[in-house]
Each structure stands twice: as structure tokens, then as C-alpha cells.
Design a protein around this ligand. Structure first.
Ligand code: ATP
Ligand code: MG
Length: 229
């Protein structure tokens, strides 16, 4: 089986519509270099989450092809995909379980691996402040976390698998500016260690991205660094 090592991604002339008669992405060509940090911005409905959904193989484009590590997306095994592609969804879900189990997600991870991931995600600080730390129960009937804390926990969960590619769909709902700053710091520190594609609703989150990709009505209209745009 093919192993993913770099997290390089290429979109070649991708067009897609949930209803094939109404495309929401039009001829997307995009090369994502390994270890770089990409931000994706655009109005609501411009196709940002759809772009990630195609990369995650939730849907298949009607035309064009996507390559991961130089391989056709379909050639990557499900197991390798699950191990090496980390996703931080727009609305992360929590299990009714401990913080530790919410990061491990059934994987056989040591406390050291869990805490290392939480530290990289800058989630360790707030976890330590919870009544029982990593043993605190979350989810239904458990401790309530803010939207921002849920995102940090989801980043820790994704990093615990030591992914080569990290996909982040920033929460649309309110995140306090302090947490937003923490997400930004975490992503910036990960640059060079993992390929990052981060959909951002706030430009500040991706201020330090190597490249910012702008989608408009399903078309890639611009790319450049924060200062260039
Ligand atoms: P937001 O900033 O609000 O998250 P977005 O840029 O992520 O927006 P998408 O969710 O990719 O936008 O949506 C692109 C288009 O596809 C929109 O017109 C949307 O209504 C439509 N769409 C999204 N998901 C589905 C779906 N599961 N089925 C049908 N249409 C969808
Ligand atoms: Mg979206």
C-alpha cells in the first residue's frame, strides 16, 4: 500500500456540483506545496468547504482530478487516509467521554502523545484548568466548552495522528479574540511540519499563511500572501 509522506496536493481542472446541472466549483487548478500553510477565504457559499469535501473524498468531482502526494486521490487506502489526513471541521463534535478519549478517538495513544498534541494545538492550557484535567468528562452532561475551545480540542485530535496534511474549516460562530489568537499561533507554529489548508472566516487567522487563496462563486480568483492581497 502507498504511504503518505508529504501532504502535497494538486487540483487539476476540478469542476463539481452537488447537482451536476449546477456546478459550485469551476475549473479549479491549485498546487499545494508540502509543509506550506495555505489560507482559503471567500464569501459564504463560495465553495470553500466543498473544496475540502472533495479532498476528503466525501464527493467525487464531475471532471478533473485531485492528487495527494502525487497519487490519484482514489489510490490512497482508507486506513492511510484516516491516519495521515487530519480534519478540523467547522463544527467539531464531542464524544460523551473524557478529554483524553476525545483526543485519542479510539486510537492507541500514550498520555505523552495526547499531551504533546494538546500542547501543539495550544489546548493544554485550558484542559489543565478543567476540574479533572484530561479526565474531565465532556459532551452530553459533561463540561461545556466554548466554540473556540472545541476547535482547539479538534486540532489536538487531528494532530495526535501525526498527519502530513491538516485541513481546518474555521468555526463561523463567535470565537473570542483571545482563542482566535491561539488558533493563529498554533497554525503558524505548525508551518513546515505539516501541510495546512485552513479555511478562514477571519483574515487574522491566516495572517501568517504562505499563500492565501480567494474563492469567488466557485472560481479561484486570486492567490498571494497577506501583504500582497
Ligand atoms: P461558508 O463560508 O458559509 O461556510 P462555503 O464557502 O464553505 O460557505 P460551501 O459550503 O462550499 O460554501 O457551499 C458552496 C455552494 O454549495 C453553496 O451554494 C451551497 O448552498 C452549496 N452546498 C453546500 N453543501 C451542499 C450539499 N451538501 N448539498 C447541496 N448543496 C450544497
Ligand atoms: Mg463552509
Amino acid at each position: 500500500a502507498q504511504k503518505l509522506t508529504s501532504g502535497k496536493v494538486e487540483f487539476h481542472d476540478i469542476s463539481f456540483g452537488y447537482d451536476p446541472a449546477h456546478p459550485v466549483l469551476h475549473n479549479i487548478n491549485l498546487k499545494i506545496q508540502a509543509g506550506h500553510f495555505y489560507g482559503v477565504v471567500g464569501h459564504t457559499g463560495s465553495g470553500k468547504s466543498t473544496l475540502l469535501s472533495l479532498l476528503l473524498r466525501f464527493y467525487t468531482a464531475q471532471s478533473g482530478r485531485i492528487e495527494l502526494d502525487g497519487l490519484p486521490l482514489a489510490a490512497v487506502s482508507e486506513e492511510e487516509f484516516r491516519l495521515k489526513v487530519g480534519l478540523v471541521p467547522q463544527e467539531p463534535f464531542l464524544l460523551a467521554a473524557s478529554v483524553r478519549d476525545n483526543i485519542a478517538m479510539g486510537r492507541d495513544l500514550t498520555d505523552w502523545q495526547i499531551q504533546t498534541a494538546a500542547k501543539s494545538a495550544h489546548a493544554h492550557g485550558f484542559i489543565e484548568q478543567l476540574a479533572q484535567g484530561y479526565d474531565t468528562e465532556l459532551g452530553e452532561g459533561g463540561a461545556k466548552l466554548s466554540t473556540g475551545q472545541k476547535q482547539l480540542l479538534a486540532i489536538a485530535r487531528a494532530l495526535a495522528g501525526e498527519p502530513v496534511l491538516l485541513l481546518l474549516d474555521e468555526a463561523t460562530s463567535h470565537i473570542d479574540s483571545e482563542t482566535e489568537q491561539v488558533v493563529q499561533t498554533a497554525l503558524t507554529e505548525l508551518r513546515g511540519k505539516v501541510t495546512i489548508i485552513a479555511i478562514a472566516h477571519r483574515l487574522s487567522t491566516i495572517r501568517d499563511a504562505d499563500q492565501i487563496i480567494v474563492l469567488n462563486h466557485g472560481k479561484l480568483v486570486e492567490r498571494g500572501s497577506h501583504t500582497e492581497l
